[in-house]
Design a protein around this ligand. Structure first.
Ligand SMILES: [Zn+2]
Length: 350
């Protein structure tokens, strides 16, 4: 029988490897489908582009990979942006699947704040890649004591007038505020952890002590003037807000968001306040302020002390208030790809 016309088109559309589900089936997102269809390896590979993995094929595709704590890799039009750099965490942490030494490519490194769990590998990765490293005064002050060419370091305060322009995107630093978990709560849970959680060995403690020296310790400026939110706007208007600590929203952030209205994606740290009503309150404040289409949490993983920060209560609360908001949480290095041509600014005709 000769197959022509509509039937042929239908057969081609169905593909040789079996019909694609016609409903929003979660299996569409898995390797089961991607293995038998022509999906962009830049959107399926769990190898970071900065460590030699494939870039997205389509120039309008943005690939985002979470790599533990508040680290993200963004890849867009051949450019690699690293948000925070805390990769060599020591053997008391789940492995990320790569080491700082594997990171050989970056065009820009943005450090949200100077605590060790956000910047410990900024100097080594910056030196290896030659990328500019941007951070608050207290962050850059620390980096100046480390092994990186000072000409790569850029200090920003987030108080306005500091927009950084790159070939396919721009970055606006905005002064945020570090999280301030209630001291009594933290102390109580620390006691409980001391009694119940697995303990690092003496070798692991030594390892953690060495790593800790790579970040700012005990400086109040990190809380009040050292936490920077970064608004990244791609050349087609797609907006990403990066916020690496779960603290209160500042007037600077409110003013920026009043000006632009909403972002396409918010990459936001989960508050360290342990108790759900406090972490949920923080997440709601962030969601109300940034008004993202897509909310991607961070800083929820932990060492082998077994105390990850719960994301599901935040998702439930945010979606109850913003039913159209989409929450996405993936494994280490698992890509999340966006067609950036579909963005808030364009939909508004801006
Ligand atoms: Zn911190």
């Amino acid at each position: 029988m000769k197959i022509t016309g509509t039937l042929a088109v239908l057969l081609i559309a169905a593909g040789c490897g079996g019909a694609m589900p016609s409903v929003p089936d979660p299996r569409n997102d898995t390797g089961l489908v991607t293995q038998r269809t022509n999906v962009d390896p830049g959107c399926t590979s769990t190898q970071l582009v900065s460590t030699g993995g494939p870039q997205p094929r389509n120039p309008s595709t943005l690939a985002i990979r979470w790599t533990g704590f508040a680290n993200f890799e963004l890849v867009y039009k051949g450019k690699v942006i690293l948000l925070d750099t805390y990769f060599d965490r020591g053997s008391f942490f789940p492995p990320l699947g790569f080491k700082a030494a594997d990171v050989k490519r970056a065009d820009l490194i943005l450090i949200g704040h100077g605590h060790v769990d956000h910047m410990s590998d900024a100097a080594s990765v910056g030196a290896r890649t030659g990328a500019p490293v941007v951070g608050a005064p207290v962050t850059i002050e620390k980096l100046r004591t480390q092994n990186i060419n000072p000409s790569q370091l850029r200090t920003v305060t987030g108080r306005g007038g500091e927009e950084l322009q790159f070939s396919n995107f721009k970055v606006e630093p905005i002064l945020g505020r570090h999280g301030e978990p209630p001291a009594q709560l933290v102390a109580a849970f620390r006691r409980a952890l001391d009694e119940t959680a697995p303990k690092p060995s003496s070798e692991q403690l030594a390892e953690l002590k060495t790593i800790r020296q790579l970040g700012v310790v005990g400086d109040q400026r990190v809380i009040t003037e050292g936490t920077i939110a970064f608004l990244i706007t791609l050349d087609n208007g797609f907006r990403i807000m990066f916020r690496d600590s779960g603290g209160r929203v500042t007037d600077y952030e409110k003013a920026a968001m009043q000006r632009i209205g909403a972002v396409d994606v918010a990459l936001v740290a989960v508050s360290a306040s342990i108790i759900q009503d406090i972490t949920v309150r923080a997440a709601l404040e962030h969601a109300r302020t940034y008004r993202p289409d897509v909310y991607i949490p961070s800083h929820h993983d932990a060492s082998f002390n077994n105390l990850w920060r719960a994301t599901e209560p935040l998702f439930q609360a945010i979606k109850a208030e913003h039913p159209k908001l989409i929450t996405v949480s993936r494994n280490y290095r698992e890509p999340i790809c966006f067609d950036t041509e579909n963005n808030i600014l364009r939909r508004k005709g801006g």
